[in-house]
Structure formats: C-alpha cells, structure tokens
Design a protein around this ligand. Sequence first.
Ligand SMILES: [Zn+2]
Length: 471
Amino acid sequence: MKKTILLFSVCCLALTSFSAETNATIGFPNGKQPWKRAGNEQQFADYRQELKKLMELPAEQLRAHPAAADFPGAVPAEAARIERSISVDTWIPRWHSTGLYAAPGELITVTIPSNAVAAKLRVRIGCHKDMLWAEKIPSWKRVQEITRSFAITETVTRAANAFGGPVYIEVPADCTLGEVTVKIQHAIAAPIFELGKTDLKTWREQLRNSPAPWAELVGKKLAISLPSANVRQLDDPDEVVKFWDRVVAAEDELSGQTNRISPERFVLDRQISAGYMHSGYPIMAWLDQSGKVANLDSLKQGNWGFFHELGHNHQRPDWTPAGTGEVTCNIFSMYCFETVCQLPRNGHNAISARNRETKLKVFYADTSKSWTSEPFLALIFYEQLVEGFGWEPFRKVFAEFRDLPKGERPKTDAEKLDQWLVRFSKASGKNLTPFFAAWRIPVSASAVSAVKDLPAWLPEPDYPKRYQASN
Ligand SMILES: [Zn+2]
C-alpha cells in the first residue's frame, strides 16, 4: 500500500512538473503500472482536481503532459507539422475525421470561412472520450481524462491538448451549412483511408505509413479509430470498411432505420469507462480488439461483441422490457452472424446447441425462475421466434414500433409485453399466447383476446415437454 501511496504523492500535475524528465518517474497511471483506488482516495481526489484544472486551461498555456507518450502515444520527433484543407459536409453530424493529429501540447490552428462561424462547429483533439472517474472503477491503466473539444466561434481557432490526439471537426445535429472548407495548420499526418475518396495505391505506398500514432478507417456507415500499428500492414482497408458498412446496413435494415444521417464510430482504447465494450457514440472497446476490428479474416468469423454494441445503438425501449437490456441487442448479433457472415446465428458459445438445451432444462425444472433471469436464456425466446418465422416478422414489428405516434407507445413493461405479443402474433399470423405461457411471460387478458382467432403456435407440438425433468 505504501508503494502505491508514494506513486500518488509524486504525481504532481502542476504545470511546472511537466517536462521530459518527469516521464522517467511514474507520475501518472500507465500501462505497466496501473494505479489502484483502494487506500488512496485522498491522493486521488487531489490529483483529480489538478487534472481537471489542466483540462480547462486555455490552449495557449498547454504543454505536453508526460503521460502522453505512454498513451495515446508518442509522436515521432521528426514528424513534419503540416497544413491541410479539408472539405466537411455539415449535413452529416458528429465527428468528421481529418486524417490529422495534434502533437501533445502543441497548438493547431483551425480556419473556417466567416459564414460558418455561427454554425456551432467544434474542433476535437482526441478520440478516447471515456472519462474514468466513476466510483466503480478500481484501478487505472491510463490518465482518466485525455481529450479536449473547443468551440469554433471565430474564423481562426487555436486548439491544443496536453495529451495530443486525432483531430476531428464536430458538427452539431441539424446543421444546414452544407460543404465547408476547414484549414488545419501545424498538425501531423495520420493514416486515413476513406471509402470512395482514398486511392488504394496511395494508401499502400504512402498514407498507411503516416507518422501519427492513431489511424482512421472511414466507411459510409462506420468509422474506426485505432492504433496506427494495426494498419501499417493493412492492404485492404476498402474491404474492411465495406464489411462494416454491410454490418451497419444489416442492423439498420432489421430495425427499420431508413434515415441514417451519420456513420457510427468504433474507438479502441487502453481502458474504457464500463464493461469490455460499450455502446454509444463512439462505441468503445479495449485495445485487445484492435487486431480484430480491421482484420477481414477475423471479421468474417463474426464478432459477437461489436455486433452486440451496434445492436444497443439500434435497440428501442418500446420492445425492450425490463431485464432484456442485454438481450434484444443480441437479436442483432444473431442477424449479423447469419446474414452478413453467412454463419449460424448462434455465434456465441452461451447459446450453442448444447448450452441452449441445458438452459432450457434448468428453466423448466425451476418454475420460480424468470425468463429474464439470464440474458442468454431470454435470447432463446427470440431465437425460437426466428426459427419459427424467419426475420420478416421482426422487421415488420420493429418498423411498426418505429412509426408509432407517441400516444400509442407502450409506457410500462406490461404494455411492452402485451404489444410484442399482439404485434408479433399478427405479423407471423399465429397466436403466440401459448408460447408466452410456456415462457411464463405475463400478458393481459385484452392482449390474449386480441389474437385469439389466430391459430395457436408453439416451437414444437408439445413444447416444452422434452425439456421438463419428468421426461
Ligand atoms: Zn451490452
């Protein structure tokens, strides 16, 4: 414990301590020697205050933080500082990759035309947006907060980040400015491949060797921010981003999303704020996925986790009753395995044929067990619907929910289950009441009545008899 306390006590984040020399001491959480929270709460609180102050300093006052070389990474000393003008389509909101990188603590200059000054654009430095302050995080492998975003309110904006990072132009929703040319000066070239824009020959001979430590692979429906080390040998970035475009297109299509206005984004990080991956913008994953996310051979084998997180981004509360937050997103994983990868839909070991049988036997042996007591148990309920009816009723029901006026949306879990019973029964042409009963899922008399004239359906004639203990 004493050793850990010492680590905290040498962590002086005052600007005066920022120098190349302090890099030799371990004055910050890092990959080799993570910091622990337990027993160091007060030191951590002081450190946090110092870091907060640093992250609010004006760009002109910043210098490189010694942790930057550890993560997100060092910039080669000889790397040229360049100027580049980029066309940004502001009809597309969220982050626009620039293929440029701000060196730690160094000012970059962003220049926009005067007609764009009121457009609420921002310049972001750093993709590792997750902050690692939450109480539940017991230890750290990187500094807890390492990105900055600056409002662009004049034609010339200066920006910097003590940790450095990829440069993005952030566009707000509902921006109607159209194409804007943004000039960025004093940045470093980063590997970038943009589908439809980048020539493969240029990528292979030049772009993938650009000096910045983080790279961008940009498709039409998804962009990836990953370590440059993972793209230096990448010959076919076009096939990688096309694969991801197909995945997003598949999930859009299943969920009835016809109006996608901006791509999704994956960011790889040494440590993230929750779980092994999490959804949102961007979708975050740990660095151990960086070798897979841009590896076509690996992707073709399916990536349940990424499909799952994208599934969260397509998930809607209307058809996600309590206890199924980690279930209905997996409908999308199954769909991508089957339709994009041409693989069996049960691509996760938890629902292999054998595990599925075990789960059903346990569920039917213990009548006190809820169908949502385990996410992969509940997923079998949906998988049986896929087996019985294919994907079309899912498409139809998801689209129906999407188009519902606010007043008709389910407000309670009971209403969500009722509506799923009625809508899916009508979409499949079968009365699913016996199926819901077999799964011990409660529905109202009025929902049962609404589908009573349809032929009753179960996955097999005497379901669930063969899973029950007496048989
Ligand atoms: Zn999840």
